[in-house]
Design a binder for this molecule. Structure first.
Ligand code: GLU
Length: 372
């Protein structure tokens, strides 16, 4: 048994495959999920639902049967599909005397402090009222051309929500019963992994490929989501939504699905850094990479390049000379100044940007390692 007795806030994500069929919505599945959620709420849990399915339902309404790659068409399908999706949730939740609410989110809303605070306040009001917020990415307006503007898939979005609203557990319901050493649908030697302490590169290598016709996620995005959640000290369960009473049994501590344990708690600032999209990057040499890993400050002498345009105080990616991003940080200088200072001693660097003195580009508290 697992001990989830101290948990209070749970984010549950359901995928497109789970709730749709060839001809549209899987009514019975939605009713079953809503029944379990209502029962968890009765037990005192605060439940947030993240549901995919809008694009798929919109496409089916228009009579499209294939994956939609053309972005404006995906956006149109999302606009058509979201109210359809919500009408099914409303109907199903009403059987259990439960009110649900729709929250459409873009990544920008989470990155911006004002909209993030507004979101926190409205979600906590909904939860206090006993209402189930149903989240989806606002595909209709998400700007898919700009890197860092979109979540891309609801697996990662649900993890970021879980992280930002201090959830205790993220449950990703899918069509397989957890994480395996290979794809159990095609590899008969694939072995089930019930517990994961840390999502290492090896664990990541077990998961390949994307989802099916209308969904965007796959096991890889689920493990990436678990990584995001675990850094916010939130555990993740990846489990099958086809298994009877899976949600109720998971919360009761039964060994359903794969449990990815939370990492040690990060500070609010570290979480803000880690969950923010970066606007550029600083490339550092081997020595600086090691120093950052040993919790030292970044000096200009360790910088070999700057990518993109950013301001002082923006979140930037930190990469090694192979282009591998191993950390995120908040530098004290903008990209132009850092480019002028690269490779110099602190004295020369200060002179290069016409300052009397500089200590470093950022300190250990301004950095979070993303690949430990
Ligand atoms: N937001 C998309 C939808 O509602 C789904 C994204 C995903 O599959 O993760 O259809």
């Amino acid at each position: 048994m697992r001990d989830f007795s101290a948990m209070k806030r749970v984010v549950i994500k359901v995928g497109t495959n789970l709730i749709t069929r060839d001809n549209g919505i899987d009514e019975a599945r939605i009713v079953d999920i809503c029944r379990q959620i209502a029962s968890l709420r009765e037990k005192g849990y605060q439940v947030i639902l993240v549901s995919s399915g809008a694009v798929g339902l919109g496409a089916k309404e228009l009579g499209h049967g294939k994956k939609i790659a053309y972005v404006p068409m995906r956006q149109a399908c999302a606009a058509i599909g979201n109210p359809i999706l919500m009408s099914h949730y409303r109907k199903a939740f009403s059987i259990y005397d439960t009110i649900c609410a729709q929250v459409l989110l873009t990544r920008r809303d989470l990155n911006n402090r004002t909209t993030y605070n507004n979101l926190r306040a409205s979600v906590s009001t909904l939860l206090t009222l006993g209402v189930i917020p149903v989240f989806n990415e606002n595909d209709v307006v998400a700007n898919t051309n700009e890197i860092g503007e979109i979540f891309g898939d609801n697996d990662r979005m649900s993890a970021m929500i879980a992280s930002k609203i201090d959830a205790d557990l993220l449950i990703l319901l899918t069509d397989i019963d957890g994480v395996y050493t290979g794809n159990p649908k095609s590899d008969k030697d694939a072995v089930f992994i019930p517990e994961i302490e840390h999502v290492s590169g090896k664990i990541m290598s077990y998961a390949k490929g994307a989802g099916s016709t209308f969904s965007t996620g796959g096991m890889k995005t689920k493990l990436m989501a678990a990584q995001i959640a675990s850094m916010a000290h939130c555990g993740t369960i990846i489990a099958s939504g086809y298994e009877k009473d899976s949600l109720i049994r998971i919360m009761a501590g039964e060994l359903v699905g794969t449990y990815i344990h939370p990492e040690k708690k990060l500070t609010q600032r570290q979480r803000w850094i880690i969950n923010n999209s970066h606007v550029g990057a600083i490339m550092v040499d081997k020595g600086a990479k090691k120093a950052l890993g040993d919790k030292k400050s970044l000096l200009p002498s360790g910088v070999v390049g700057v990518v993109g345009v950013f301001d002082a105080g923006d979140v930037v990616a930190i990469m090694d000379t192979d282009g591998f991003v191993f950390a995120k940080a908040v530098p004290y200088f903008n990209s132009t100044d850092i480019a002028l200072m690269k490779g110099l001693s602190t004295q020369e660097a200060a002179k290069a940007i016409s300052k009397a003195h500089i200590d470093c580009l950022f300190r250990p508290e301004d950095l979070v390692l993303t690949d430990a």
